[in-house]
Design a protein around this ligand. Sequence first.
Ligand code: 6GU
Length: 245
Amino acid sequence: MLQVEVLTLFPGVFASPLQESLLRRAQEKGLLCVRVRNLRDWAEGRHRIADDVPYGGGAGMVLKPEPIFQALESLRATGDPLRVILLTPQGERFTQETARRLAAETRRIVLLCGRYEGIDERVRLGAVDEEISIGDYVLAGGELAALVVIEAMARLLPGALGAEASAREDSFWEGLLDYPHYTRPAMFRGMEVPEVLLSGHHEQIRRWRRKEALRRTRARRPDLLARAPLSPEDRELLREIEQET
Ligand code: 6GU
């Protein structure tokens, strides 16, 4: 069972995403356990304030170190060892490879959600094992990024996806964009479903899907195509695609 501990000042953000669809099912099946904890619970004083003004002045607030260290100490007092991950735009880019590595963790994964203008640097130095960013844009806090990381890990847990969906995770499709999908009706607003998909010829369907995945990856993500493991058949399909264009 993959165990995730979320530390945040906004636990409400996690309520519905964790109770819907794949994340709900993964938890119900006992594949995943997510606990969301409010950092304020470890803040001192009558007002339980977890942030403060920055030394040196300037706008915005900085997350205080004490509530974070206290929270981690109380988590460490029981249960499995921790792997502490800070969600921040300054982190290493999150990829499918990161998702695979984390989904295989035996330690509890702590997702520490940064907020406001930042987090006291001593948290980084003394408490964080790893920093993750989900892309080159700025969010108001790490909460939505934490949910992205949780969902990407959860769908990789054995048994989390149906057989059909997990088949598209296998190494055959690694590094390629998906092929086009169609469902009924066969004709919609003048647009037809490709003939081959109605044919029942499984080998031709497999080849068509592979070719369209290659075509789409070549058009949209040549960077991915350059790194994808390609078979001799893939190279032949790519030659066909080049001749068509
Ligand atoms: Cl992890 N946090 C914030 N605040 N912004 C981000 C991010 C994380 N990843 C991309 N942008």
